[in-house]
Design a binder for this molecule. Structure first.
Ligand code: ATP
Length: 329
């Protein structure tokens, strides 16, 4: 069987916290714990979960903007950690990122044309003519007029700036784009335009996306598969269709129930999720969701549930809904 485009194996990220002199055990934020998934070419994998569950940390680990505490990220079967400086530079061409706030991620002193051609110019020197031709081509790809290349980011709308961020990410013809809350700062109608643009680009070029969002509506619109994270761990990974039709994990169920539904006649489940998300510095024992879970049993307080295949092939980490016989947590 061929390798997936992107494979993430048992990724862990602990952020050390400055412990006091008397702390014998140094305190750490357990931002990401044992996260594994893969992404195929042309696929959109969404990562969803409440604020602080570790989504952005995963994005930064994928982009190698952070070093993992443990675990591996493989692109086409190659472990990113094994690459030398030159190889890493080339690897970066294949994986690009689109950020939440297009304004702060775009250099305010550069014109739109300079912004989107800059990544290519890091690899090869372009003359003015070539640069303008490339800028016009990229702008057209993201539905912007070529004249925009002479404007500064401050002269563009939020939607135009996000299109610019996408054009910049596309400039090196990557195989995969990591989009971290890429539409969260935009109005709903502009959000839909950007999501449709990403889907069109995927159809045309076969690009893959890891799409990070806290918004289930957005995820349902754009995703092929979705990984639900809770306190640093994936608790359910399924196709979007299966997940929204019938969530298995009680946390997924509660998340979907709490999400606003555009059509109230198809309101889904009513399972309120009570209490606060616990601290990742001192997470609950066993299943981290157990203090908030209406289904929790004794085993949930003791053992971390492993992520195991359920009857329909999706992966679920729940002792009650997907008991793993004889599994060691
Ligand atoms: N540099 C850091 N040092 C210490 N803790 C951090 C650092 N960056 C993130 N964290 C903590 O790690 C946890 C995961 O954060 P992360 O930003 O990955 O979550 P998130 O799901 O993307 O949240 P949000 O949607 O609010 O951005 C949080 O508890 C956060 O406070």
């Amino acid at each position: 069987m061929s390798e997936p485009l992107l494979k993430v194996e048992k990724l862990v990220k602990h952020y050390p916290l400055g412990g006091g002199f008397f702390n014998r055990v140094p305190l750490v934020v357990r931002a990401v714990e044992d996260v594994s998934f893969s992404v195929e070419a042309g696929e959109t994998l969404c990562i969803v979960g409440e604020s602080g569950c570790g989504k952005s940390t995963v994005a930064r680990l994928l982009m190698r903007l952070l070093d993992p505490t443990d675990g591996r990220v493989l692109l086409d079967g190659t472990d990113v950690a094994s690459l030398n400086k030159n190889e890493l530079r080339n690897w970066r061409r294949r994986m690009q990122m689109v950020f939440q706030d297009p304004y702060s991620s775009l250099n305010p002193r550069l014109t739109a044309g300079q912004i989107i051609t800059e990544p290519v110019e890091n690899f090869e020197r372009l003359g003015r003519k070539k640069r303008e031709a490339l800028a016009a081509e990229l702008l057209q790809k993201v539905g912007l007029a070529p004249e925009i290349m002479h404007r500064l980011p401050s002269e563009l709308s939020g939607g135009q700036r996000q299109r610019l961020g996408i054009a910049r990410a596309l400039s090196l013809k990557p195989s995969i784009i990591i989009a971290d809350e890429a539409v969260s700062a935009l109005d709903v109608s502009v959000q839909a335009q950007i999501l449709n643009l990403l889907m069109d680009l995927q159809e045309q070029t076969g690009i893959a996306f890891v799409f990070i969002s806290h918004d289930l509506g957005v995820v349902e619109h754009i995703g092929h598969r979705v990984a639900v994270m809770y306190l640093g761990r994936i608790v359910e990974l399924a196709t979007c269709e299966a997940l929204f039709a019938k969530p298995f994990h009680p946390y997924t169920e509660a998340l979907i129930a709490a999400a606003p539904v555009p059509d109230p006649s198809c309101a889904r489940l009513e399972v309120p999720v009570e209490g606060e998300v616990p601290s990742p510095v001192n997470p609950p024992s066993g299943c981290a969701f157990h203090p908030r879970c209406p289904l929790a049993v004794e085993r949930c307080r003791i053992e971390v549930p492993p992520l195991v295949p359920a009857a329909d092939g999706r992966l679920v980490a729940c002792h009650v809904r997907a008991p793993a016989t004889g599994a060691v947590a």
